[in-house]
Design a binder for this molecule. Structure first.
Ligand code: URA
Length: 282
């Protein structure tokens, strides 16, 4: 699912668009199509199965191979340990960004699509940390997360929900994946110590996990995004010392393709904003 990048302008009927949409739905856990009204096919008595379509090689578009297709780097645990050591030495967000930029343990850095590390943008003391999946082409070109069409939509939604200036935005990985594919679980695991350090430095009150690859990797859950979205889960840091409420929601790239789903994402954001502003009990 090429959700990390803004969808290019395309026309309906475009086969690639249909494949990419199907891939998103499959990833989102949509496994059945239902009509609004029931159809009694026995009564109708003349149901002829439609001819089988030519098999499609994969539910993902060619530009977005599935996560499982990305081979594990040779020494994942060594790279994770190196990331932990580099992250631990960062005393500020600026230090952390410099440590990430100098880190050469993530295969995405040299996979061919990234020209630089893309780390964060927004308010350094934000109560809400927003975590997307990975930088796209525009983010790579500008060095900041969510600055393309998806990011603009996200910014408009935050402003409308009263969250403008109250978010820090980052991703599960800091280098643009080739072909705008989803980051692999190994790439996410190698970048995770930096993300954990960012959470420790920023001390947000909540996490907003944007899109399935972010929600699955941060919460270590396998449900589709449609099942998880709009609900609060407890995120726990790797050392168990820190817990935060975390809400998965739909990726804005999907909302740009499927404007009808904006209602759900908007509802998610309102639920989150209400909890963020709720006075502490006591
Ligand atoms: N999609 C993401 O998940 N992150 C970005 O930074 C841009 C697009």
């Amino acid at each position: 699912m090429p959700a990390a990048a803004d969808p290019p302008e395309r026309h309906f009927g475009d086969r690639q668009l249909a494949e990419s949409l199907l891939a998103f739905w499959a990833d989102a856990g949509v496994d059945a199509m239902l009509l609004d009204d029931p159809v009694d096919r026995i009564e109708a008595g003349r149901f002829v199965p439609p001819p089988r379509p030519a098999p499609v090689a994969s539910v993902s578009s060619p530009a977005a191979p599935p996560r499982i297709g990305v081979p594990a780097p040779s020494d994942v645990s060594g790279a994770v340990a190196a990331a932990q050591a580099a992250a631990a030495g960062a005393a500020s967000l600026e230090d952390l960004a410099a440590a990430i930029a100098a880190f050469d343990g993530c295969p995405l850095r040299t996979a061919g699509a990234a020209t630089r590390a893309v780390v964060y943008r927004g308010e350094p003391a934000a109560p809400l940390l927003v975590i997307g999946e990975g930088p796209g082409a525009e983010e790579d070109a500008r060095g900041e997360p969510f600055v393309g069409r998806s990011g603009k939509l996200l910014d408009r939604m935050f402003a409308a929900a009263g969250l403008e200036g109250r978010v820090l935005i980052t991703n599960t990985v800091f280098w643009r994946p080739p072909g705008n594919r989803d980051p692999s679980q190994f790439e996410q695991a190698i970048c995770a110590p930096f993300l954990e350090r960012m959470i420790a430095l920023v001390e947000p009150k909540m996490l907003l996990l944007v899109g399935a690859p972010s929600a699955k990797s941060i919460l270590k859950r396998e449900e589709g995004i449609m099942k998880m979205r709009g609900r609060f889960f407890e995120w726990t840091s790797a050392d168990g010392s820190r817990e935060l409420p975390a809400m998965p929601t739909l990726h804005p790239a999907f909302l740009l393709r499927q404007p009808g789903a904006k209602k759900q994402a908007w509802q998610d954001l309102l639920t989150l904003a209400e909890r963020l502003d709720r006075p502490p009990r006591g």
